[in-house]
Ligand binder design. Structure first.
Ligand code: COA
Ligand code: AMP
Length: 638
């Protein structure tokens, strides 16, 4: 019998007592004066009045408790042929020395530090070193182009940036340093210093006076016996800012606090993921995403477990057995990935033959999130792995699962297509557009009753007004998730689609609005629209439509190439923008709103109703014809 119903009921009966109890697993420098202060912030603040340090809880306390020899960070890099394990004691030395280097460069409590790094252990050390100093890190995913990095530099105004000479993709080496230099060139808020990790695969030139060599400076700090103590911060002080896609080209800087984040993540490691100290947990994501923050870096380390930093892909590094090899080699007890990674494996190894080559005896559970898990993928994984496969739903804004199936409390029966039931802390409701509750099994807007639980974002960096208008105003008293779906009569949540212009490409959250801004910037383009077309591997792929300015007489194929290149250069390869279809006109309502939803349905080969407010129905026929001529109707990339 699962203890979930009782645990959820305990939380409902007394949320403060529930979280006060969970908070006992964290070491505070001074304990909280209140578990929840409803007078602070937009909806209250957790553990107000306490002081703490996240790095201390992730690293030092495990060493002080005598677990210094335990594995903390396991680096496994098929793209460089490296595997290396750092114990908790070694991690402490590395982090403390890097913190000393940063302090020497003038970084102190409250300063921002941008981290733009590939999947190397130094990325984790960099995050922890910032946390140690009370500095606020902001990790930017390596697949973003210079302009995106520059936008984040300008918003966060970092004192320093930590980066590397290059990242390594299976098909190419990506020189990070030119991207970094270009971004700093574009940005107005220039950092004082950059700390650069020189990688053997490809080194880079350092700029004298500004750039510092990561390894050399850390080694000198270690040799000189320099270390840094953990600086006490307020629990409500920011630990990090993580930029995520919003409805415009300006990303949203989601702020995470120190105290609540620790409490929620530590709780989730034990009760959701069922991982014990000393066991290995592996999230096959990237440190640039929230999954990487919560479950490559902080969650496992808060729990005294080992985490795997994997610099590779599910397929092609070298084959579709990479995941199973890592699970075997590092005795992984549970792993977390996005369904798209499984679809990639299944495509190459549909019978799961490679699974049989490895010893998975330590492996108990596979967790999936980041996008909707299609039942076929879950069923394949269940059958081939013969393990629990758990879908769970969350967002950058929350930092941990809003719904799931807490294995540590005993899993309840799985319903395919549902990421489980609300987690303690989340009172999830489904409302219609007027804010009225809908009946069980009816689609609507998914919202969470405020307050959000510990780890929930208290604001957006430098954008309190946007925070309130984007999340708090549409449904007063609730957090608007921008996801649409339903809750069935048994209390299972189903997440079906976004209600805004965000699309989910290979588990990556991307804004079609941001892509449209780039395309509209092309001199020959009059107007454009980007929609998320269904894709068998990546879930969705962006599909662009463009209308050229009057008098432009250019080969549409050339224009398409230019637009694809423009999006890649301005947003980055991660946008996966590969298709732009010329059309004569865009379908609109009489008030001028572009009918993106209808265009998406046409592209997906789905049935659709002609919108009542449409200006000219002929345009839908034109869209049909334009897509049909390119054979792009119905799962274009299948
Ligand atoms: N730095 C620079 N470029 C990067 C990058 C990084 N860290 N990560 C990805 N890219 C590039 C890729 O090389 C690719 O470029 P290309 O268009 O020149 O081939 C592009 O960005 C798109 O990358 P990706 O979405 O990873 O597509 P892919 O075809 O290389 O791989 C999958 C497809 C399914 C194997 C891959 O997306 C995957 O492993 N996804 C797992 C999902 C995941 O980690 N989600 C995070 C949230 S849980
Ligand atoms: P991100 O903030 O990048 O983690 O993306 C969050 C979005 O991804 C959510 O708002 C959902 O749209 C989607 N998402 C995440 N997990 C799931 C899931 N398990 N099922 C369906 N959608 C999901």
């Amino acid at each position: 019998m699962s203890k979930y119903p009782q645990t959820y009921a305990d939380w409902q009966a007394d949320p403060a007592a529930f979280w006060a109890n969970a908070a006992k697993a964290i070491d505070w420098f001074t304990p909280p004066t209140s578990t929840f202060n409803s007078d602070k912030g937009a909806y209250g603040r957790w553990f107000d009045g306490a002081t703490c340090n996240t790095c201390y809880n992730c690293v030092d306390r495990h060493v002080e408790a005598g677990h210094g020899d335990r594995a903390a960070v396991i680096y496994d890099s098929p793209v460089t042929g490296t595997a290396k394990t750092y114990s908790y004691a070694q991690t402490k030395d590395e982090v403390s020395a890097l913190a000393s280097v940063l302090r020497g460069l003038g970084v102190t409590k409250g300063d921002r530090v941008i981290i733009y790094m590939p999947m190397v252990p130094e990325a984790i050390f960099a995050m922890l070193a910032c946390a140690r100093l009370g500095a606020i890190h902001s990790v930017v995913f390596g697949g973003f182009a210079a302009r995106e990095l520059a936008t984040r530099i300008d918003d966060a105004a970092p004192k320093a940036i930590i980066s590397a000479s290059c990242g390594i993709e299976p098909n190419r080496v990506i020189a990070y340093k030119p991207l970094l230099d270009e971004a700093i060139e574009i940005a107005s808020a220039k950092p004082d210093h950059c700390v650069i990790l020189q990688r053997d695969t490809q080194t880079c030139e350092l700029i004298e006076g500004r750039d510092v060599d990561y390894a050399q400076s850390v080694q000198s700090a270690i040799a000189a016996g320099e270390g840094t103590e953990c600086v006490p911060v307020e629990t409500t002080d920011p630990l990090y800012i993580l930029y995520t896609s919003g409805t415009t080209g300006q990303p949203k800087g989601v702020v995470r606090d120190n105290g609540g984040h620790m409490v929620a993540l530590r709780w989730s490691m034990e009760y959701h993921y069922d991982i014990k100290p000393g066991e290995t947990f592996w999230a096959a994501s990237d440190v640039g995403w929230v999954v990487g923050h919560s479950y490559i870096c902080y969650g496992p380390l808060l729990n005294g477990s080992a985490t795997v930093v994997f610099e590779g892909k599910p397929v092609g590094t070298p084959d579709a057995g990479a995941f199973w090899r890592v699970i075997q080699d590092h005795k992984v007890a549970a792993m977390f990935t996005a369904p798209t990674a499984l679809r990639a494996i299944k495509k190459v190894d549909p019978s799961g033959l490679l699974i049989q080559d490895y010893d998975l005896s330590n492996f108990r559970t596979l967790f999936l999130a980041g996008e909707r898990s299609d039942p076929a993928t879950i069923e394949w994984a269940q059958e081939k792995l013969d393990r629990l496969v758990i879908d769970h739903w969350w967002q950058t804004e929350t930092g941990w699962a809003m719904s799931g199936n807490p294995v540590g409390l005993g899993a309840f029966p799985i319903k395919l297509g549902s990421p489980g039931k609300p987690m303690p802390g989340y009172d999830i409701r489904v409302l219609d557009d007027e804010g009225n509750p809908v009946e069980a099994g009816t689609l609507g807007n998914i919202v969470c009753k405020l307050p959000l639980p510990p780890s929930g974002f208290p604001t957006l960096w430098n954008a309190e007004e946007r925070f309130r208008s984007s999340y708090m105003e549409e449904f007063p008293g609730y957090y608007a998730t921008s996801d649409a779906g339903m809750i069935d009569e048994d209390g299972y949540v189903f997440i079906m689609a976004r209600t805004d212009d965000i699309i989910n490409v290979a588990g990556h959250r991307l804004s079609t609005g941001a892509m449209e801004e780039v395309i509209s910037g092309h001199e020959d383009i009059a107007e454009c629209a980007v929609v998320g077309a269904a894709d068998a591997l990546k879930g969705q792929m962006p599909l662009g439509f463009f209308v050229v300015n009057d008098g432009v007489d250019r080969d549409p194929a050339d224009l398409e190439k230019e637009l694809v290149q423009l999006v890649r250069a301005k947003i980055g390869a991660v946008a996966a923008f590969k298709l732009a279809v010329p059309v004569k006109r865009l379908p609109k309502t009489r008030s001028g709103k572009v009918l993106r939803g209808t265009m998406q349905k046409i592209a997906n080969g789905e049935t659709y109703k002609i919108p009542a407010a449409i200006d000219d129905t002929m345009i839908l026929t034109e869209i049909h014809e334009a897509l049909g001529a390119r054979n792009l109707i119905g799962k274009p990339n299948d």
